[in-house]
Design a protein around this ligand. Structure first.
Ligand SMILES: [Zn+2]
Ligand SMILES: [Zn+2]
Ligand SMILES: [Zn+2]
Length: 361
């Protein structure tokens, strides 16, 4: 290489490096602007509901163990014990229909008592009559892991003693509850009215409000696992708190469909599930590999948010805009609002779900 060419390449390299630094600065500034806009948008979201239309209240966004987590003395949980604003209840949703005052719970968590207190004014048209009014008009359960059905014990004779509460769950999960104590009493005493769901059949709550399920691969010791699709009059919402890796779902063969029905309700990838809705509340349990010291994360597979950011980068911005990560483990750095991990989610065009958030349907 002659001297002039060498100087030229050096110049080009310098320009490229300076260009990169400039781009990085611009990207950082864009991420900061996005984070500020996100904070402003989610602050006023609760008032932005269309009147007299079904809506969802987010009753919790933590992994099964909650935040703070039992026995954790690290900053993730000591900070949450000091500052209630950093606490998160276990993942759950309340679907409300203000047109007739009915409401349905998605997952029944060990935080049920606190969550039903939060639910007290939802919907505003609900009439609570009699000495022991119906808490709910129905229950949808995703799977038999502690955070998703542990609260059922609150519905038994020792506590609220519900009567005939419609409970939609998979046939395998229903069999498990019917045949194992302490859950068995809930079925035997008629407290829960267990009703099987399958991906081919929608549960009609109102002519313009339906719930469908689809199956997903997960650590299925006692039950299988589903996600739910809520089809509202104006908008549809996906609730998928627990799944193994997205690639496991890609490779997974769901049980055979009924004749004439598409397998798994037509949902065979996470992208298909997101495409089917307007709002997607999905598993964001861990931010990245290695965040749980002293424990192999292969035993507890979930899509890391960092992996989801990389995978969904291929999607159009309008698809990413639908995504809210929930079911956050106490170790998940994205659970800290405004922190670097939280900002990286926002910069990728997606959101971290907050307790109390409302979504009009
Ligand atoms: Zn869970
Ligand atoms: Zn912790
Ligand atoms: Zn689980």
């Amino acid at each position: 290489m002659n001297r002039r060419a060498a100087t030229g390449s050096l110049l080009a390299l310098t320009v490229a490096v300076l260009g990169c630094a400039g781009r990085a600065r611009e990207e950082r500034a864009a991420a900061e602007r996005a984070a500020a806009a996100e904070a402003a948008a989610s602050a006023d979201e609760p008032t932005a509901l269309p009147p007299n239309s079904p809506y969802v209240v987010v009753l919790g966004t933590a992994q099964d163990g909650g935040l703070p987590h039992l026995g954790c003395e690290k900053e993730c949980c000591t900070a949450a014990r000091r500052d209630p604003a950093r606490r998160r209840l276990v993942t759950s949703l309340l679907l409300c229909d203000p047109r007739d005052g009915r409401r349905w719970l998605f997952d029944c968590t060990p935080d049920l008592r606190a969550q039903m207190d939060l639910a007290r004014s939802h919907p505003a048209t609900r009439v609570m009559e009699g000495p022991r009014p119906a808490l709910l008009d129905g229950l949808f359960l995703t799977h038999a892991h502690m955070g998703h059905y542990g609260g059922l014990l609150e519905l038994g004779r020792e506590a609220y003693a519900v009567k005939g509460l419609a409970t939609w769950l998979t046939p395998r999960f229903a069999d498990y509850l019917r045949t194992n104590g302490p859950w068995r009493l809930l079925a035997e005493e008629g407290r829960l009215d267990l009703q099987a769901i399958d991906p081919g059949r929608a549960i009609e709550l109102a002519p313009d409000l339906r719930v469908r399920c689809f199956r997903v691969p997960h650590r299925d010791e006692f039950s299988d696992t589903v996600g739910f699709l809520i089809d509202g009059p104006n908008r549809d919402l996906l609730y998928l708190p627990d799944i193994d890796k997205w690639e496991a779902f890609d490779a997974w063969e769901p049980p055979l469909a009924e004749p004439g029905e598409p397998a798994n309700g037509g949902i065979r990838t996470i992208e298909a599930a997101i495409a089917a809705v307007d709002v997607a509340l999905i598993d964001g349990c861990f931010f990245a590999d290695g965040e749980i010291a002293g424990r192999s994360m292969k035993e507890i597979p979930h899509p890391f948010i960092a992996e989801s950011i990389a995978r969904f980068a291929a999607l159009p911005a309008a698809e990413r805009e639908k995504v809210f990560f929930t079911h956050l483990n106490h170790t998940n750095a994205a659970a800290t609002r405004g922190g670097a991990a939280w900002k990286s989610v926002v910069a990728a065009g997606m959101h971290v779900l907050d307790d109390g958030r409302l979504f009009g349907l």
